[in-house]
Design a protein around this ligand. Structure first.
Ligand SMILES: [Zn+2]
Length: 271
């Protein structure tokens, strides 16, 4: 984060959107965002962000905030992490048997399961995750007190200069929902955050955020619900022509500072 502050122009998301709209983006502009609302954002990131005055935005999946209920993908991660089983047979639309003896085989199986679950609607997904927990014999592993932020922590971070956006209520794949369901997810999460924080919510991050995870209808619903922008997980930088409801992002997760610096400069060159 120190490298970012010393070498880039760190803007809040709201400021960046304003500058994009006004076609007046400063050189080396970056925005820092976090998705989901994990408690480590408060414990680890917040003190650093505050000490460097970085105006980050955190996108909250509101059903999980202040709750021990895990987001659906975390239930899957937890099932695979905790299981003593080494195979999965006849799961969803996955043909054949998934078998794992090594960590990379296990991760491959987990990704196949996630891929199938992303193609489901909410009811099917919830059925198949319950089934996964049953067949992998990990009942009771899908609650994690302390994994997600509490509302008190969200409020404390807001007071410290962090902004909050919506990441929907239950983290569904918005393009798989009916218009009514998508509307609910987009609106309910916005209202909940606005009620808790007393300020308008203007930004949304699409869950999973790849091209197939939102549609033109999703974008229209987001715009009509009063948002000013939406971010994806599609890789890229954003120029003044970029659709504000399809903003690109990148994930420079390197732990080594040289690799981090190299990656950021590569992003800059590829913009
Ligand atoms: Zn997410």
């Amino acid at each position: 984060m120190e490298y970012l502050v010393n070498n880039f122009n760190v803007l809040s998301l709201q400021e960046a959107v304003k500058r994009l709209t006004g076609k007046d983006v400063p050189d080396n502009a970056v925005v820092v965002t976090f998705d989901d609302g994990y408690r480590d954002n408060f414990l680890n990131a917040f003190p650093i962000l505050m000490s460097l005055s970085i105006p980050a935005t955190i996108f909250l999946a509101t059903n999980a905030i202040g709750s021990s209920v895990m987001l659906w993908h975390d239930r899957v991660f937890s099932a695979f992490r905790n299981t003593r089983c080494d195979r999965l047979y006849g799961f969803g639309n996955i043909s054949g048997k998934l078998l794992w003896h090594t960590m990379s085989e296990k991760l491959f199986a987990q990704e196949e399961v996630l891929k199938f679950l992303r193609s489901c609607n909410s009811i099917e997904r919830s059925y198949w995750i319950d089934r996964l927990i049953q067949v992998l014999e990990v009942a009771g592993c899908d609650h994690a007190p302390g994994l997600m932020l509490s509302w008190d922590q969200v409020v404390a971070m807001q007071k410290g200069g962090i902004s909050f956006g919506s990441h929907t209520a239950s983290h569904p794949i918005l393009s798989k929902l009916s218009r009514e369901e998508a509307c609910m997810e987009i609106l309910v999460s916005k209202r909940v955050i606005e009620e808790k924080l007393g300020i308008p919510v203007r930004a949304l991050a699409y869950p999973n955020g790849k091209t197939h995870d939102f549609s033109d209808l999703t974008k229209r619903l987001v715009r009509e619900s009063g948002y000013e922008c939406a971010v994806t997980t599609i890789f890229g930088t954003n120029g003044v022509e970029q659709d504000l409801f399809e903003l690109r992002r990148a994930t420079p997760w390197d732990e080594d500072i040289h690799a981090f610096a190299l990656r950021l400069n590569y992003f800059k060159l590829s913009s």
